[in-house]
Design a protein around this ligand. Structure first.
Ligand SMILES: Nc1ncnc2c1ncn2[C@@H]1O[C@H](COP(=O)(O)OP(=O)(O)OP(=O)(O)O)[C@@H](O)[C@H]1O
Ligand SMILES: [Mg+2]
Length: 337
């Protein structure tokens, strides 16, 4: 724990009598970009609010940079916040929006100017100083919001779904931008999202949460390749997850034999790990969609629907026709029960 910059220890967070996050332990290293990932209601925002000091824990402690801040008020924690709604002042220019917090601190005018210009440059908005929010795109407004937090030089920057108001293209752009800013400034960031691709693309480590608890914690590569539970696997795009009994896969619709008895009680395949066009099993094409480099099939099988990606070079099998497939043990991910 010695290298923890932000340390949550046995943290319990409640609303009245209902516990949203029970006994959470989490260590965040300095300069790390951590993504909190999980479905709606799993406690991501609640955890962020506690780190920020906007919600008092009912148990446990929070330390930041070696200091116990559990009872320290929000404005004394050195935390910056960026939310989904950028909440810029509409009547102020980009410059004045970014300078706002610095002015409250009554810093000398020259320093305010220098830090504000630096902040705008960091987010790629040099030249936009005089624009008002209404004269900027959503992505540019979100950058102003980011700059506004950065100029305060927070120890930790908390971002709660900051990209979810942006359209797909801007989201991608801001994702890269955020990563660059983080590496350049070295600020420790906690980033909340329920978008698995966003977490994979951005984070140094991902904290996957379920019902207020950590389901799995690891690098993006770890979580992507080695989810440990069915929940984690489902979140990471394993669309075919089945129970095993002996040498057979079993669902409520039926059974399918495997080539050997697997070690794990649950097996999961990504669509691209399913063999299509050959194999010991037969199903029918229930759906087929073109996805550029491959076709995405839904195969009606003894197990129910199976999602399978086939190389575009394989001839397309029409709807309703028979199609061969395999769920090879070699490409399966074994999961705990
Ligand atoms: N102000 C509140 N009063 C009572 N319960 C709350 C309050 N805010 C959140 N909760 C409950 O706490 C749990 C965690 O909520 P939280 O907002 O942390 O989820 P989240 O992971 O951020 O979800 P989302 O992805 O929808 O933003 C949920 O069950 C939610 O209903
Ligand atoms: Mg939330």
């Amino acid at each position: 724990m010695s290298d923890a910059f932000v340390q949550l220890s046995d943290l319990t967070l409640s609303y009245g009598k209902s516990v949203a996050v029970p006994n959470l332990d989490l260590s965040i290293r300095e300069g790390e970009l951590i993504a909190l990932l999980g479905p709606s209601g799993c406690g991501k925002t609640t955890t962020m609010r506690a780190i920020a000091g906007l919600l008092s824990p009912t148990g446990g402690t929070i330390t930041i940079d070696g200091r116990d801040v559990t009872r320290v008020p929000a404005n004394k924690r050195g935390i910056g916040l960026v939310f989904q709604s950028y909440a810029l002042f509409p009547h102020l220019t980009a410059f004045e929006n970014v300078a706002f917090g610095l002015r409250l601190q009554k810093l000398p005018e020259a320093e305010i100017k220098q830090r504000t210009e630096e902040g705008l440059a960091t987010v790629g908005l040099t030249g936009f100083e005089k624009r008002k929010p209404a004269e900027m795109s959503g992505g540019q407004q979100q950058r102003v919001a980011l700059a506004r937090s950065l100029v305060m030089r927070p120890k930790v920057l908390l971002l709660d779904e900051p990209l979810s108001n942006l359209d797909a293209r801007l989201r991608l752009e801001m994702r890269t931008e955020l990563q660059r800013v983080q590496k350049e400034t070295g600020i420790t960031m906690v980033f909340v999202t329920h978008d698995q691709a966003e977490a994979l693309a951005l984070a140094d480590r991902i904290v996957l949460m379920k019902d207020g608890k950590i389901e799995q914690l690891g690098t993006p590569a770890d979580l992507y390749a080695r989810p440990e539970t069915a929940f984690a696997a489902e979140f990471m795009g394993f669309e075919n997850i089945f129970k095993v009994e002996g040498e057979e896969i079993v669902t409520t619709s039926g059974r399918l034999p495997l080539e050997a008895r697997p070690e794990s009680p649950i097996l999961a395949w990504r669509p691209d790990a399913v063999t299509v066009g050959s194999g010991p099993h037969e199903g029918r094409v229930a759906a087929c969609s073109f996805a550029g480099a491959h076709r995405e099939y839904v195969i009606d099988s003894a197990l129910g629907p199976i999602k399978a990606d086939a190389a575009i070079t394989l001839p397309e099998v029409p709807l309703g026709e028979a199609i061969r497939f395999d769920l090879p043990l070699a490409t399966a991910r074994g999961l705990a029960a």
